[in-house]
Design a protein around this ligand. Structure first.
Ligand code: ATP
Length: 742
């Protein structure tokens, strides 16, 4: 019976792939036709042809991206209907449904139905594919009545197969095996802030990515113009996850690490965690505001300005009045400067006119040229700039952090020690924790070239023009013999969508005022209050998915509780969901990590591990000068245990370079160190770099150093111990942390 079922599924799945190929061929033919039509010159212009080509290219790219594990499930419903669930929706030519997109509402039953709450499902079938062939099927029979005539019940096999597979250094999607507690979160409402708390390995990152894909599918209208931003802790983490969304057929998500959120600025990690903590405090917003106000100065005494051999006087009172009026406009510094300058120039021109007229009584010549003389006089330009200097965010923050006098003037609430932490050489590289300061400055300074945005009337006339172009394009296409099944409005919207999608990604790097429709934040516990402030500015609707684990916080600027982290930006308007099952780490290792963390005083939500491992954690006790040599000695054993999988050596401080050097001597280019090296099979990294990643085997060097490190947090060791999917080894000289000594 099982064989018959398998044969049936193979036939069906072959049919799905045949349909996919057919659609691809169709789109390819349409694309070729458009290109040919363009080449013979019947197009109105090249951009119209390109617009049509882009439409087909997009569809083709989506169809190409879903080849791997195209279909993964089938539901047998009480109604007798059978529904296949896959990466995209497919229909026959005459619109009979062949496969349902996993994000469609009816596909939710595939992930949520249980024997207690069947939701009209009699049987859920997992299809496990190898290439395009069904290799195995596994059934969850939810309706007891079916059990009698069915002997192919195989429970959680698909999940376990996925979990036991070797890691590649890149995350893959979990669309075929999403579990019900995860699915509930993925499909929850878009409005407001949703916090997903979960211990290590509970699928928080996976859930965050699938949720982004779900939201784009379900709220396409709303999100196509605004876009979704996905924020992660580091660029190595972004590399790790970057393939997941394309594999789900989504390319409309802008992905950025927290250090990349200020357009045009590249950053390094903040080397000192104490510095990060001060820069991350919310009162830094006041410091930046003070720095801006500090650039709006009143001269201490009258200033004499020479214009064409005449002497004008600029008084502190005049400057103060102009400053107050300019501030009262409520505009940012650079834009308010226009009012300030205009007012003072008017007053100085009046003075100049009086002086000129005093020497030419009775002569009523036109004196309008005087305004230009005053405006362009060197003395005037210098004086006005000194009173209200046009500023870029980079210059403002660089000077704030490098000039002790400015720093002191702008930080009345900081202690001298805190000020000393902030001080750095002029022109020093920007760090991740400078980004929120730069962003705050950009907000308060405004555009240097305060060009007005496009007016409504302009937008309307643009739309009318686009529509006329789209109609003409369709006429041209039909004349050229292309079978056009689309209206002019659809074509125009499609083009605008494409434009905006490109623009959403582009504008994330060029326009800091872009407002996203939704923001997904991963490893959110690491964010400082100032980073939160920046993110909320990027999504004024406050539509957020926030995932993280408070117990894994390693940044000193990060959060101790969701309540304290979110209250300043969200008040109590956020909802908490929890993930409770650990899919990554075998139970022996997960329990050891939780015991260690609890003994060290950390409150952990220790999730239940979904599987047992083959090994308990291995602990080696050695002398301090033997840590690295022991590592080299045991590495062959560790590599053999994980049979060609990925191995990470996690260390901190001087041990990190020492381990990298020693291993490279033996294993050469197989060893990668630092960000971007996850293509290698042996990786030597710090706990911070390991955050969010996973490996088949992990060796932790000197665990107590991660606990007792001056700025370290228990979270660092907890992160390190919860990275493996198979095996964990600790090499310890300075004692074994409480909770795991045997
Ligand atoms: N439903 C699932 N089906 C298959 N694999 C899953 C499922 N849920 C999670 N996983 C796998 O478990 C591992 C851990 O997931 P993920 O990295 O998303 O967890 P996390 O909660 O972000 O972990 P951490 O906080 O420790 O970084 C990944 O390999 C992921 O693919």
């Amino acid at each position: 019976m099982h064989d018959a079922d398998l044969a049936h599924e193979r036939d069906y799945v072959a049919g799905l792939y045949a349909r996919l190929d057919e659609l691809r061929a169709e789109k390819r033919a349409q694309l070729a036709q458009v290109r040919r039509a363009g080449a013979v010159g019947t197009m109105q212009n090249v951009s119209e042809r390109d617009a049509f080509a882009a439409l087909y290219e997009d569809r083709l790219a989506q169809l190409d991206a879903v080849d791997d594990r195209l279909v993964f499930g089938r539901l047998d419903l009480d109604s007798g209907e059978e529904q296949y669930i896959g990466r995209i929706g497919l229909t026959t030519e005459d619109l009979q449904r062949l496969m349902v997109d996993w994000r469609a509402p009816e596909a939710g039953h595939f992930y949520q139905a249980t024997a207690f709450d069947r939701q009209g499902v009699r049987r859920r079938r997992h299809l496990i594919l190898q290439g395009r062939t069904v290799k195995a099927i596994e059934d969850d029979v939810l309706d007891a009545g079916m059990l009698a005539d069915n002997d192919s019940l195989q429970g959680e096999g698909a999940l376990l197969a996925a979990l036991n597979s070797k890691r590649t250094g890149r995350m893959s999607d979990i669309v075929g095996t999403i579990q019900s507690e995860q699915d509930r979160i993925i499909r929850s409402s878009i409005s407001g802030a949703l916090v997903v708390q979960g211990g290590p390995g509970t699928g928080k990152t996976a859930v965050a990515l699938h949720r982004a894909a779900y939201l784009l599918y379900t709220h396409r209208e709303r999100l196509k113009t605004a876009g979704v931003l996905l924020v992660g802790p580091s660029s190595s983490f972004m590399n790790y996850i970057e393939r997941v969304l394309p594999s789900l057929g989504e390319t409309g998500v802008v992905m950025a690490s927290v250090g990349r959120l200020m357009p045009g600025i590249t950053t390094v990690a903040e080397p000192e965690s104490d510095v990060a903590a001060v820069k991350g405090r919310l009162d830094m917003a006041d410091v930046v505001a003070n720095a801006v106000a500090n650039r709006q100065r009143t001269p201490p005494a009258d200033r004499i300005l020479e214009v064409d051999g005449r002497k004008l006087v600029l008084t502190p009172r005049q400057v103060r009045r102009a400053r107050d009026r300019a501030r009262a406009t409520g505009k940012p510094h650079n834009e308010a400067r226009v009012s300030f300058v205009k007012m003072l120039l008017r007053e100085l021109t009046e003075q100049m006119t009086e002086l000129v007229e005093a020497g030419n009584i009775g002569n009523n010549a036109d004196r309008s040229y005087l305004a230009e003389d005053v405006r362009s006089a060197r003395d005037v330009r210098i004086a006005l700039n000194l009173c209200w200097m046009p500023m870029t965010p980079e210059k403002l923050i660089d000077e704030l952090l490098s000039k002790p006098a400015i720093l002191e003037a702008c930080t009345p609430n900081l202690t001298p020690a805190e000020r000393a932490l902030l001080l750095r050489p002029a022109g020093a590289p920007w760090t991740e924790s400078d980004v929120p300061l730069l962003d705050e400055a950009a907000e308060l300074l405004g555009e240097l070239d305060a060009a007005a945005g496009r007016g409504l009337a302009q937008q309307e006339s643009d739309r009318a023009r686009d529509l006329a172009n789209a109609k003409q394009t369709l006429v041209n296409m039909e004349t050229a013999g292309v079978d056009v099944l689309i209206t002019a409005e659809e074509l125009m919207d499609q083009n605008q969508e494409r434009e905006t999608r490109l623009t959403a990604a582009e504008r994330a790097t060029t326009d800091r005022s872009w407002a996203f429709g939704h923001i997904v934040v991963d490893e959110a516990q690491e964010l400082s209050p100032m980073q939160w402030r920046l993110l909320v500015r990027r999504c004024p609707l406050k539509s957020f998915t926030i995932v993280g684990d408070i117990a894994q916080t390693s940044s000193v600027a990060g959060a101790n509780s969701w309540q304290s982290a979110l209250a300043p930006m969200f008040g109590d308007r956020w909802q908490l969901e929890e993930l409770t099952v650990n899919y990554r780490t075998p139970s022996q290792i997960a329990e050891a990590a939780a015991r260690m963390a609890t003994a060290a005083g950390l409150v952990v939500s220790a999730p239940k591990a979904v599987r047992e491992g083959r090994w308990d954690p291995v602990i080696d006790r050695v002398d301090a000068d033997q840590i690295v040599s022991r590592l080299v000695e045991v590495l062959p054993e560790e590599l053999a245990a994980i049979e060609g999988g990925l191995l990470a050596v996690i260390a901190d401080g001087p041990l990190l370079p020492a381990a990298g050097k020693a291993l490279r001597e033996v294993y050469g280019r197989r060893v990668g160190t630092g960000a971007g090296s996850y293509a290698q099979d042996i990786v030597v990294i710090s706990p911070r770099e390991a955050k969010g990643l996973e490996f088949d085997g992990v060796v932790v060097l000197e665990p107590t150093a991660m606990l007792n490190h001056e700025h370290g947090r228990v979270g660092d060791l907890y992160v390190a111990m919860t990275r493996p999917t198979q095996r964990l080894r600790l090499i310890a000289a300075a004692g074994v942390p409480a909770g795991i000594e045997d």
